[in-house]
Design a protein around this ligand. Structure first.
Ligand code: BES
Ligand code: ZN
Length: 633
């Protein structure tokens, strides 16, 4: 039975490979609870590499970081495993200059650079022999490499030194080194990185805690990871310990604030381990990046990259750290095989994040956190269903020919988590936790497709519990199935009642808000629920009392700007402008600029601000905003 299934899969995938190309991945997956395994092939449409024939097992990076020329220059040596005696090893490269390629002990070999594709870059085909053990590629990056953001001193907290950080997920690692850029292949890595001596370099690896007087740093990552998790940051950094195995890296002026904000990280790890097993990565540190970082957080192993916009001063936005920490299991230990399976990374992580927050701060709090995300997802779901790609509302995506970024919506995150919550409700928490534990245990350091997960779920949870759960509808169907659990927040219901009084209020005191008792999430909900008919003068009253427009909490400020634009209250304009110039986090920029673009005056204002702000943004962010504003650079 197993044998027949595996042949069938190979045959079907084989057809796909000949018709559309893409990286093939050899993967081993347990078919049942015994140790019986099959080998089959998965296609990653977003990589040129031929990992099923010949693959990297380890890479060593040897680079100089040249701030003047905004360039990384050096070599990458791939230790290779030639599975089929292939004569060619194909790498992904995007906007890279390739100087020469050597095999084993320095013997130069020939290479070919394929046609350029804006999204996927070039296939770099290197001639190899069946017995080739290593391939060394000498390369340099382009100043506009999409994975790299080079910051001037002015864009940092300290204003004295430049800064560099990388962002690999999803398909950007190929823009800073030639590699087989598919999540389906796992590698270990090491690196020698030289930086200006006044700066410190850190990676998703074992890290220094002091600057090296010569600016030379050596790194090792000994667990096999997908290459989108290779990451580097260079800046005027200082380290401070949080706990025994946790700490924070930040520019000197940000360290104290960061240490305060992240006080609970050690506890988060303990809770996570209690739920789903040992933390496998040794240390867990966080680097607080400059505000242009395009994401809230990125789960680079051993070293989460985080936006400074979560430093609210009251620890109210730390669920983001729980999220990135949870990726140490879902995503980093068990990885989506292709970007069509992205929900396996993010849906599990949101579910896990929520469990950590519930265990630490109680269900009332975690329900509010989830409700905030649920509201966003429901809006996005409606927009997706009404748009050009309604299939993007499925958990299993089909992103062929598209930027994986396009499919990375709240569906993967929140519908994914809702699916798992609904499964939990079906069998009960106790059984579900046993299942998730064995899911992580059975697949650690492996990659999985959605289909692998479905088979595993069926075998290990649904069949034993005689459940006929509508898995197919959840995974291969559009939108949100009717049996989704409903997460309700009583506290949010009470807030809604207050918001409804705003259009007719005489003064703010009449709302009867107990300011000190409300959490950040309640304020966000309060602002979101302001009724459509509310006039600008009411927002002005609210702002005069609560000073949302410059309250220092980025989540509240962003919600407030969106509401203010909607209701025509322009008292925010100066503060919104400085927020948009300073902060490059796409999650905030996207809805604010979108709201501005809805009217002619708004669009004009948005464009005027964007002109000043755009140079501060990472490519990931400005590509999105360019589209919203119809910007041609
Ligand atoms: N892995 C993601 C960030 C990401 C996704 C980068 C897709 C590139 C492509 C990270 O774990 C994440 O989800 N970050 C969120 C925060 C989270 C709390 C939802 C973010 O940045 O907003
Ligand atoms: Zn995530």
């Amino acid at each position: 039975m197993t044998y027949i299934r595996s042949i069938y899969i190979i045959a079907v995938i084989g057809l796909l490979i000949t018709s559309c190309g893409g990286a093939e991945i050899n993967d081993t997956v347990a078919t049942d609870s015994t140790t019986d395994t099959i080998t089959y092939t998965v296609v990653d449409k977003h990589s040129h590499s031929n990992v099923a024939d010949i693959r990297t097992t380890h890479l060593h990076l040897d680079i100089d970081v040249d701030f003047e020329n905004k360039m990384l220059k050096g070599s990458v040596t791939h230790t290779v495993e030639n599975l089929t005696g292939a004569a060619t090893m194909i790498f992904d490269a995007h906007s890279l200059s390739i100087e020469k390629v050597e095999l084993d002990n320095g013997v130069e070999t020939t290479f070919e650079i394929g046609e350029f594709d804006e999204l996927l870059g070039n296939a770099l085909s290197v001639a190899v022999q069946p017995e080739t053990e290593s391939v060394t590629i000498y390369f340099s990056t382009a100043p506009d490499s999409k994975a790299l953001q080079w910051l001037s001193p002015q864009q940092t907290a300290g204003k004295n030194e430049p800064y560099l950080f990388t962002q690999g997920e999803a398909v950007l690692t190929r823009t800073w080194m030639p590699c087989q850029d598919t999540p389906g292949n796992r590698i270990t890595y090491s690196a020698d990185v030289t930086v200006p001596s006044q700066l410190m370099a850190v990676m998703s690896a074992d890290n220094p805690t002091e600057k090296d007087p010569e600016g030379k740093y050596h790194f090792e990552m000994k667990n096999p990871i997908p290459c989108y998790l290779i990451a580097l940051a260079v800046g005027d950094l200082e380290f401070a310990a949080l706990g025994e195995r946790t700490g924070v890296y930040a520019e000197p002026s940000m360290v104290e604030k960061s240490v305060y904000e992240f006080a609970d990280v050690e506890k988060m790890i303990e809770v996570a381990e209690g739920l789903y097993g040992e933390y496998k990565w040794g240390r867990y540190d966080i680097i607080v990046l400059p505000p242009s970082f395009p994401f809230g957080g990125m789960e680079n192993p051993k070293l989460t990259f985080a936006t400074p916009t979560i430093l609210a001063g009251d620890r109210s936005l730390v669920s983001l750290i729980a999220h990135e920490l949870a990726h140490s299991w879902s995503g980093n230990l068990v990885t989506n095989a292709t970007w069509d399976d992205f929900w396996l990374n993010e849906g599990f992580t949101v579910y896990f994040e929520n469990r950590i927050m519930e265990a630490l701060y109680g269900k009332e709090h975690s329900d509010m956190l989830f409700s905030i995300e649920y509201e966003e997802m429901m809006n996005e779901n409606s927009a997706i269903l009404a748009g050009d790609h309604p299939d993007d509302s499925k958990l299993k995506l089909d992103l062929i020919g598209r930027d994986p970024d396009d499919g990375m919506t709240a569906i993967a995150y929140v519908k994914g988590a809702l699916f798992l919550m609904t499964l939990e409700a079906e069998v009960g928490r106790e059984k579900f936790d046993v299942f998730i534990n064995s899911y992580f245990g059975d697949h650690e350091f492996q990659t999985l497709t959605t289909e692998d997960f479905v088979a595993y779920l069926d075998e290990n949870l649904l069949k034993p519990n005689e459940s006929d759960f509508n898995v197919d509808e959840w995974i291969y169907g559009q939108g949100i199935p009717d049996n989704a659990v409903v997460i309700e927040s009583n506290r949010f219901d009470l807030v809604t009642i207050v918001s409804e009084k705003i259009p007719t209020m005489e003064n703010v005191a009449s709302l009867g808000i107990d300011e000190d008792a409300w959490t950040t999430q309640e304020w966000m909900h309060f602002i979101r629920q302001i009724p459509a008919e509310t006039t600008a003068d009411k927002l002005e009253l609210l702002d005069a009392t609560f000073e949302f427009k410059n309250c220092g909490n980025s989540e509240i400020m962003a919600e407030w700007y969106i509401a203010s634009i909607k209701h025509g209250y322009d008292g925010i304009n100066a503060d919104m402008e400085s927020f948009l110039i300073n902060v490059g986090r796409r999650k905030f920029l996207e809805p604010i600029y979108t709201e501005l673009a809805k009217t002619e005056d708004g669009l004009e204002l948005g464009r005027a601000i964007y002109e000043k702000a755009r140079p501060n943004y990472h490519a990931i962010s400005f590509n999105t905003v360019d589209e919203i504003l119809g910007w041609e650079s």
